[in-house]
Write a protein that binds this ligand. Structure first.
Ligand SMILES: Cc1cc2nc3c(=O)[nH]c(=O)nc-3n(C[C@H](O)[C@H](O)[C@H](O)COP(=O)(O)OP(=O)(O)OC[C@H]3O[C@@H](n4cnc5c(N)ncnc54)[C@H](O)[C@@H]3O)c2cc1C
Length: 348
């Protein structure tokens, strides 16, 4: 497919357009007997194709957020599970890229980028979702080890990850200040997958239990008390890309709706020829363009300045996710009854 006009926007450089071509050339289909197996296959192949390179940053804590956003936009538009597989490699290794020691970076980041190691980010708990400061998982120091006890839930890649970046209370300071971040390898005897969570759009998701889970002192990322800063800085990088994924889903809904209204005949002519249909499509297309502008504006600001971009990223995520729901609902309405039929796999 030819490159789309938005890639000519001044936010992008030539290497972004090259990446977009590679992403469009990637085969997102993954024949598998389970969602877990599909994810493993996608991570491995994305890594082999070099498409996970932007998920890690070895130098100067600097990510190319435009590449991350572009990857999520294009993958989500083609196959949401491929976007999920991509995104978690970034989120689940982000704390290491941003705050890890040289040793941690050397050990974990290259295999994550090659798709040989699956990453996960374990922050949420049953009583600590939006309220991250309520985290109750504890980490206590015993000699040369840290010992973790607690429960994490909603953990993407739970059960298939090779490592989890786990946030736990190390005790220093007030509720929000006293957190630390730890790398826990999947084989650790103190880590148990308590429950797999089935979701409407299937992807690997689980509740994890840590019981007397021992890690070496050098498994800590950064220093005790830095956990909240690490979590927020990581989310700050990836927040814009959540908007990008929503944008990709909205684009797909618009693609499907456009094709449908041209082929569907009602009252003797294509649905596309009715002015009400055209007005709905105009609203959908405008929402997509506006979301794209906010998403790539936020990514560009992050890439070209040193400061935090909490405001720009929050606006991009808010607008892109909310408008994606409207665009997708618009597409469902234009499909009529067919809009609610479950498809095993739609074409990409
Ligand atoms: C598919 C999926 C994948 C996920 N993957 C991960 C993962 O990999 N790692 C991880 O750590 N977590 C993950 N999460 C968890 C996610 O980060 C939490 O669901 C999120 O932080 C919200 O927490 P909660 O579900 O406990 O909702 P709650 O915090 O209980 O929020 C419920 C509602 O209350 C609203 N609310 C919250 N605070 C206020 C307030 N002050 N005033 C008014 N309203 C408020 C919220 O906006 C929301 O609408 C995942 C969740 C899902 C659904």
């Amino acid at each position: 497919m030819g490159l789309e006009p938005f890639l000519g926007w001044p936010f992008f450089e030539e290497h972004h357009r090259r990446l977009a071509r590679e992403l469009h050339g990637f085969d997102v289909h993954q024949e598998s007997s389970s969602v877990e197996e599909a994810c493993r296959g996608l991570v491995r192949r994305l890594g082999e194709a070099g498409l996970l390179a932007s998920c890690i940053s070895q130098e100067k804590q600097k990510f190319d957020v435009r590449s991350l956003a572009l990857s999520r936009d294009i993958l989500a538009r083609r196959e949401p599970l491929a976007d999920f597989a991509f995104a978690m490699q970034g989120l689940g290794s982000g704390p290491i890229s941003l705050f890890g020691s040289d040793l941690q970076k050397r050990e974990y980041l290259p295999p994550v980028a090659r798709g040989e190691r699956i990453a996960a980010f374990a922050l949420s708990e049953p009583q600590a979702g939006s309220d991250v400061g309520a985290i109750a998982t504890r980490a206590r120091r015993e000699g040369s080890q840290w010992v973790l006890d607690g429960t994490k839930t909603w953990i993407s890649n739970g059960g298939i990850a090779d490592h989890y970046v786990v946030f736990a209370r190390t005790g220093e300071g007030e509720a929000k200040a006293g957190l630390g971040a730890f790398i826990v390898d999947a084989g650790n005897a103190g880590l148990r997958i308590r429950e797999k969570i089935e979701t409407i759009a299937p992807h690997p998701l689980a509740t994890l239990e840590f019981q007397d889970c021992r890690v070496k002192a050098d498994a800590m990322i950064g220093v005790p008390g830095q956990g909240m800063k690490i979590a927020l800085a990581t989310l700050d990088v990836f927040r814009t890309t959540v908007g990008a994924a929503a944008l990709g889903l909205a684009r797909r809904a618009l693609d499907e709706a456009l094709a449908r209204v041209k082929s569907r005949q009602v009252f003797g002519k294509p649905l596309a020829e009715f002015q009400l249909t055209q007005a709905r499509l105009a609203d959908m297309a405008t929402a997509v363009e506006a979301a794209a502008l906010l998403v790539y504006r936020a990514a560009w600001v992050k890439d070209t300045t040193d400061g935090r971009i909490t405001r720009e990223a929050a606006m991009a995520k808010l607008f892109a996710t909310e408008s994606a729901q409207q665009v997708i609902d618009g597409a469902v309405q234009l499909f009529g009854g067919t809009g609610v039929v479950a498809f095993a796999r739609m074409k990409t």
